[in-house]
Ligand binder design. Structure first.
Ligand code: AMP
Length: 190
């Protein structure tokens, strides 16, 4: 299934300096959410593409009640069935280290972390030998704003999806393979 990250789509628009990118850049660097109608528009277009015919994974969407309502509309009566919503729970102190320590290889997209999974050589990809990059919003100050946006605008979605029976909650502490296994077990695919 295609992995659709709204953050990654927005970063791509910023890199390409499109009008969408210009608008998104300011919000992203401030740790604020990009307006609902903009994000809903790009998701609507993306999930209509042929590779989404067998289903898709949305990452970082929906983040507000308005976005959740938009998604509810988009998938209402869909033959692929109702979405499952995953809430990966991580305490804020772990989150800050995962965020400010994150480094990505611009060639293969591999994610390292200076605290949890450092590269063998300082800030260089083990496989490609190129300098790893840090996201513009992965600094402590912007992280605090992003956490506030999450608490104020995204947390209410937990109740929304709990009520509808779509919510699956998973403990997000530990290494990625451990969490992946936990997820598969919860989804009945372990
Ligand atoms: P992420 O890559 O998911 O951490 O998102 C990075 C940033 O992109 C967020 O802090 C927001 O500024 C923006 N963004 C990503 N997804 C959304 C969304 N669903 N709604 C609003 N803004 C978003």
């Amino acid at each position: 299934m295609p992995h659709i990250s709204t953050g990654e789509m927005l970063r791509e628009a910023v890199r390409k300096q499109t009008p969408l990118g210009e608008l998104a850049k300011v919000k992203m660097e401030a740790g604020e959410l990009v307006p609902d109608e903009v994000v809903c528009g790009i998701v609507k277009e993306r999930i209509a593409e042929p590779d989404c015919g067998g289903g898709f994974i949305l990452d970082g969407f929906p983040r507000t009640l308005a976005q959740a309502e938009c998604l509810d509309c988009l998938v209402r009566g869909d033959p692929r069935g109702v979405p499952t919503v995953l809430d990966i729970r991580v305490d804020p102190e772990t989150l800050v280290k995962r965020t400010v320590g994150r480094l990505t290889c611009p060639v293969c997209g591999e994610i390292y972390n200076v605290f949890y999974r450092p590269p063998k050589d300082d800030e260089v990809c083990d496989t490609h030998g190129v300098k790893l990059v840090r996201r513009a919003d992965d600094n402590e100050e912007t992280f605090r704003q992003r956490l506030l946006a999450y608490q104020n605008q995204t947390m209410p979605l937990i109740e929304h999806y709990r009520r509808s029976g779509a919510l699956v909650e998973v403990e997000g502490d530990g290494d990625p393979p451990v969490i992946t296994q936990r997820l598969f077990e919860l989804l009945g695919e372990g």
